[in-house]
Design a protein around this ligand. Structure first.
Ligand SMILES: Cc1cc2nc3c(=O)[nH]c(=O)nc-3n(C[C@H](O)[C@H](O)[C@H](O)COP(=O)(O)OP(=O)(O)OC[C@H]3O[C@@H](n4cnc5c(N)ncnc54)[C@H](O)[C@@H]3O)c2cc1C
Length: 280
């Protein structure tokens, strides 16, 4: 194995390492500062050149052999007056399930479907973090999940027997829980990065914000090569986010930070359907 290709597991190695050496190397790597913190730049997961989309990972893990990730955190991110509950869920993947901004993961909830007695089927969730993850180590993925509930007109209340299987499983998950993942999937919502002056119009309601959060982190929060080029250019990234009321706004603190730093490159408009008096 060549010294500069340690990731190439197909290469023949002429060196044998014992278990304790490997464990020591693993511990050193895990305790090292994240690459961004050490070098300032966030570039260890880039294609060459960074806009080349030909090496995007697709369907690394399939339904029959999913990856088992671990829940890192599950956090409610809406206020008390929001209509429904939305959670930000961070999942650890040990760097084994890389993805790009605009892709989705599949989640296979445990249990069986009572309608057919078969294991529950996969549900797709758009990825809300950049490829580096929110901790910028390249080992986590963030999902933004709305808990699906069923309002029963006869009961005039939520009917727990008809609640959504996977979204409730995810929103109830606890740090350390295992979660079966498939994917990443999707190649149609990638950022067109070749032109650093491109205008990006992003329109979302509710958890539809997820892929755009991954875009905005890549553009404005992390020092990625595309972000550096974009913030020096003339392109404008314009986010329209629709939610029911101000308590249901998602990641507003993050957008306000970006607005402060990049008023020329980022623009934000909200549509609050139940707060607005004027419906025109
Ligand atoms: C490409 C893609 C990306 C997505 N990204 C996201 C995302 O980022 N965030 C997100 O939250 N969602 C996302 N979704 C939606 C997600 O995949 C799931 O569909 C959603 O979470 C509901 O799944 P569930 O298992 O909770 O509900 P299910 O169990 O599949 O139930 C679906 C609905 O049926 C209702 N229901 C169940 N039983 C009955 C019954 N007997 N009678 C009447 N109604 C019933 C449930 O309450 C629920 O509202 C995405 C979907 C796609 C296709």
């Amino acid at each position: 194995m060549s010294d500069d290709e340690p990731w190439n597991s197909n290469a023949q190695s002429s060196t044998t390492l014992d278990k304790s050496t490997l464990e020591a190397a693993y511990d050193a790597a895990m305790n090292a500062p994240a690459p961004a913190a050490a070098g300032g730049k966030q570039d260890f997961l880039e294609a060459e050149p960074y806009w080349d989309q030909s090496t995007i990972p697709v369907n690394t893990y399939k339904n029959k052999a999913p990856f088992t990730g671990k829940i890192v955190s599950t956090k409610r991110i809406v206020g008390p007056e929001a209509t429904g509950e939305t959670c930000d869920i961070v999942i650890g993947h040990e760097g084994k399930m890389p993805y790009w901004e605009g892709q989705s993961y599949g989640v296979i909830p445990p249990g069986t479907n009572p309608k057919n007695g078969k294991p529950n089927s996969v549900r797709l969730y758009s990825i809300a973090s950049s490829r580096y993850g929110d901790d910028m180590t390249g080992t986590t993925t963030t999902l933004c999940v709305r808990r699906a509930t069923y309002w029963c007109p006869e009961l005039k209340a939520d009917d727990p027997a008809k609640k959504g299987v996977c979204s409730n499983y995810l929103c109830d998950s606890k740090p350390g829980d295992d979660v079966k993942l498939t994917g990443p999937s999707g190649k149609v919502m990638l950022i067109p990065e070749k032109d650093p002056n491109v205008d990006l119009i992003m329109v979302a309601t509710g958890t539809g914000i997820a892929p755009y959060r991954s875009f905005i982190r890549r553009l404005f929060v992390e020092k990625t090569p595309f972000g550096e080029a974009y913030t020096k250019g003339t392109g404008q990234a314009w986010l329209f986010l629709g939610v029911a009321n101000s308590d249901a706004l998602l990641y507003d603190d993050e957008w306000q930070e970006v607005l402060k730093k990049y008023p020329d490159n980022f623009r934000l408009d909200y549509a609050l359907s139940r707060d607005q008096k004027n419906k025109d």
